[in-house]
Write a protein that binds this ligand. Structure first.
Ligand SMILES: Cc1cc2nc3c(=O)[nH]c(=O)nc-3n(C[C@H](O)[C@H](O)[C@H](O)COP(=O)(O)OP(=O)(O)OC[C@H]3O[C@@H](n4cnc5c(N)ncnc54)[C@H](O)[C@@H]3O)c2cc1C
Length: 493
């Protein structure tokens, strides 16, 4: 009889994840864990049933841009798959964004949310991307929005009702730059209280969202990033037509196939200022601090899924007379990835908890500093760990790992995005340095770390990091320093 390889299989991703469960048991009070356990079990089941099916459908039926109707009229409609729509609705129903704002579990709300997102992301076809921006927009409105925005947009963004739930875009990147937005050429013209924006936004993900937060330069404002302001806009009018937006094209990407990422021309888009004129970059950073935490959570969720598949496969694939997991070298190869995954997981959940403490006013000054400094570190580190780990997983499948319909190549292509959007590795490493710009802040950071971790656990990586922090600032060392800090802080993982 002809031989056929057996493929991997996965089961309820909450029940099969001992690290997630033990972390939640350790971090959360017993009553909080008891309240969320049933929900997480439900979500872990959806991740291997309905969501998995819908995400495959969304990835197969990619978004299409219909620029014109049959009679030549411009319509600029992005056609999305049913799978995508179901996943967006499920995200609302399960409260993936809402759980961060109902704050039902006080300082632990962001930990609960991180667990939900971690389980959702790998079967979400990157609906997790608009969710990140949605959550970030909710935070920016919470901090800087007026009552009208809080009563409308914020309510939609944090709704658990799919018919009321809105997602948001975040439009920063222009042709002149994404890391460096100082060349932003979108102009904001004022007409009484109303504003209209004109320019080209070069990367806009989830262009099917109902609203967006974006940067633009009010007419006459100074050059550079200091002249930018933060704006809120709704993409469509009451009839559902785009508000003076042309969709120039959908980008052809390396991965994230189900997610529409468009180039847009704004031709007098109606918009509202958020938090007054100026300081746009500072205001939008409240948004991307959230999206960076999402990115970390999605990176570790992504790697968890890849590892689950590789570990499952290793138990069914036989070579040289036994399952490959019984070959010590293959086992060790997977164990190394598992161990780097655990480090990234530990750092990510620590940052999520700090975020929850900050937002509920329970964080100490030192914890707020840790949150500021570790958000970029956690994002850059988890992205890199994910990419390297998924690459190893491809190889762990042998030839099959290179074949499209095994689903494994997609994992690798998708993983690459984590280190680019929401700030590249270098940009984040420099952001970490910026967070510790003053000598006094560097001393406080060292004290904060040593208050939370024992020196013996921090190990040699910490000694090396401290030596760099004590020396004159050197941008070229920023990346090396960031990885040393990540390594030191996760030694106990
Ligand atoms: C799939 C996808 C979706 C996206 N969706 C959105 C979206 O919805 N909204 C949005 O606003 N943007 C979006 N982006 C854009 C993304 O945020 C930017 O591409 C990213 O921030 C990098 O900016 P850039 O492309 O200008 O790269 P550049 O800034 O040109 O970077 C090029 C290289 O230079 C390095 N570099 C830059 N400056 C420095 C420095 N000072 N020191 C050391 N190294 C440096 C970078 O690390 C990088 O390796 C998306 C991108 C992708 C791939």
């Amino acid at each position: 009889m002809e031989f056929h390889q057996v493929g991997p299989s996965i089961t309820n991703t909450f029940e099969s994840d001992s690290l997630l469960r033990s972390t939640l048991r350790r971090v959360l009070p017993i009553d909080v864990f008891a309240k969320i356990e049933t929900h997480l079990k439900h979500v872990g089941e959806l991740a291997v049933t309905d969501w998995l099916r819908w995400s495959r459908e969304a990835e197969t039926n990619k978004p299409r841009l219909l620029q014109f109707d049959a009679y030549g009229r411009r319509k600029d409609e992005i056609v999305m798959s049913d799978g995508w729509r179901h996943l967006e609705a499920a995200a609302a129903t399960e409260g993936i964004v809402a759980s961060g704002y109902s704050r039902e579990f006080g300082e632990f709300s962001r930990v609960y949310q991180a667990a939900l997102l971690y389980l959702f992301h790998p079967s979400s076809a990157f609906v997790s991307c608009p969710l990140a921006m949605t959550d970030g927009a909710a935070r920016a409105i919470e901090l800087y929005g007026d009552d009208a925005l809080k009563n409308t947009a914020f309510t939609h963004l944090t709704s658990r009702d799919p018919s009321k739930f809105w997602t948001s875009g975040q439009w920063m990147t222009e042709k002149t730059g994404g890391s460096d937005v100082s060349g932003t050429s979108t102009v904001a013209r004022r007409n009484g209280e109303a504003w209209s924006l004109s320019g080209v936004k070069w990367f806009t993900s989830a262009t099917t969202s109902q609203m967006a937060m974006l940067l633009a330069r009010p007419e006459g404002a100074e050059e550079g990033s200091r002249g930018l302001s933060l704006f809120y806009t709704e993409l469509r009018d009451a009839k559902g037509s785009l508000n003076n937006i042309e969709i120039l094209r959908l980008k052809e990407k390396l991965g994230t196939d189900a997610l529409p990422t468009a180039e847009l021309r704004l031709n007098g888009l109606p918009a509202r200022l958020v938090g007054g004129e100026g300081h746009g970059v500072r205001k939008i950073s409240s948004l991307f601090n959230i999206t960076r935490v999402y990115n970390s959570v999605c990176s570790i969720g992504h790697l968890r899924r890849a590892l689950d598949l590789a570990q499952s496969y290793s138990r069914v694939r036989v070579a040289f007379g036994k399952p490959i997991i019984e070959h010590p070298l293959h086992k060790q190869t997977l164990d190394v990835v598992e161990s780097s995954f655990r480090r990234a997981f530990e750092l990510t959940f620590r940052v999520a908890h700090l975020l929850g403490r900050d937002e509920t006013g329970t964080a100490t000054e030192r914890e707020r500093l840790l949150l500021r400094a570790l958000t970029p570190i956690s994002k850059l580190y988890s992205a890199r760990v994910c990419m390297a780990g998924v690459s190893e997983v491809v190889e762990a499948f042998g030839g099959v790992g290179y074949i499209e319909d095994s689903g494994i190549p997609r994992l690798l292509r998708d993983a690459q995005v984590f280190s680019i959007w929401e700030g590249t590795t270098n940009v984040l490493a420099l952001d970490f340095l910026r967070a510790l710009d003053k000598e006094e802040t560097r001393r406080e950071f060292i004290a904060a770390v040593e208050e939370k971790f024992s020196i013996s656990v921090l190990g040699e990586a910490w000694s090396k990091a401290k030596a760099i922090l004590a020396a004159p600032k050197d941008e070229a060392q920023a990346r090396h320093l960031s990885f040393l800090v990540a390594e030191a802080l996760t030694n106990a993982a």
